[in-house]
Design a protein around this ligand. Structure first.
Ligand SMILES: N[C@@H](CCC(=O)N[C@@H](CS)C(=O)NCC(=O)O)C(=O)O
Length: 282
């Protein structure tokens, strides 16, 4: 989420450091975007119809396809979400998580008892002190909580079931159309850069020598796509220089070798069995 903001700043202002970060909890995030306190909401936020149609925002492009899961203590012996019948589950309010938990409980006849907290730290703390038998959020969030908050991560397992679709990505305000286009196309640009092998390390060399028309367009050495967005010719070259392409951002922040250790899975490129399919930068 942070690297996507840095890429947008580099594309727009030529400087990835020109971002002011405003920490927001699940409840506050939408009003902060509506009121103009922030210009882009990049914070593990799921695209849904309600958020699109009634909260005055526009969904840019998916940066991470996630799904909701559960974490339980190994010593609970629970191996499947279907074994949560009548159990307490800690969850944060103002999230799709809270709603999906109710749906899952109803659909599977599990009579789960949600224990709801407004603050993330409170929900995590309640789980780790044994107030609930399980903790639920997006699978990426579970990996983060287990890695960052658990005293001994190996004492907790993430159950195999994912109970929802959580397409996560940045949102912008309705009516902010030029910015909407920039935000969207920066993401597609990072994805297409990966698809065509443009990296943080080779972007300058490719800018000087590449004869591939797609690479040339992305790097602004043939057509000027930046102009159409009100940006400089090298908008995408600047973004890639700042953060690397989508795959590099993924590996560094959440990939198998990072602290979170998440597999690339469905977030791989469309031609490698994944769902990431950038609209063409042209
Ligand atoms: N993707 C879901 C859940 C996102 C969410 O807010 N998750 C929590 C738990 S990982 C979170 O990030 N909390 C951070 C905070 O409130 O400071 C949504 O958009 O509603």
């Amino acid at each position: 989420d942070v690297d996507v903001c840095r890429a947008m700043a580099a594309a727009t202002l030529g400087d990835a450091e020109k971002v002011k970060y405003v920490p927001l909890n699940a409840q506050q995030r939408f009003t902060a975007l509506q009121s103009g306190e922030v210009d882009v909401l990049s914070r593990n936020t799921t695209f849904t119809l309600t958020r699109d149609a009634s909260l005055g925002m526009n969904l840019t492009a998916v940066t991470y396809y996630d799904g909701q899961g559960f974490m339980v203590p190994v010593k609970s012996k629970i191996k499947s979400a279907k074994q949560l019948k009548g159990q307490t589950v800690c969850v944060q309010s103002g999230t799709t998580t809270e709603k999906n938990l109710t749906d899952f409980s109803k659909a599977s006849g599990l009579n789960i008892k949600p224990v709801v907290f407004e603050k993330l730290e409170a929900a995590e703390n309640a789980y780790f002190t044994g107030r609930c038998i399980a903790y639920t959020t997006d699978a990426s969030g579970l990996a983060s909580t287990r890695n960052k908050v658990a005293k001994n991560p190996a004492d907790h397992i993430i159950l195999p079931e994912l109970i929802s679709k959580e397409p996560l990505g940045p949102m912008v305000r309705r009516g902010d159309d030029e910015w909407f286009a920039i935000a969207k196309w920066t993401i597609y640009g990072l994805l297409e850069a990966e698809e065509y092998g443009i990296t943080q390390a080779n972007v300058d060399a490719l800018k000087a020598t590449s004869k591939d028309p797609v690479v040339q367009r992305i790097l602004g050495t043939s057509e000027d796509t930046g102009k159409l967005l009100g940006l400089n010719k090298d908008w995408m070259a600047n973004a890639i220089k700042a953060t690397g392409n989508y795959g590099e951002i993924f590996e560094r922040n959440v990939g198998p070798k990072s602290a979170l250790g998440l597999p690339r899975g469905v977030n791989n490129q469309w031609n490698k069995g994944g769902l990431m399919y950038a609209y063409p930068v042209r």
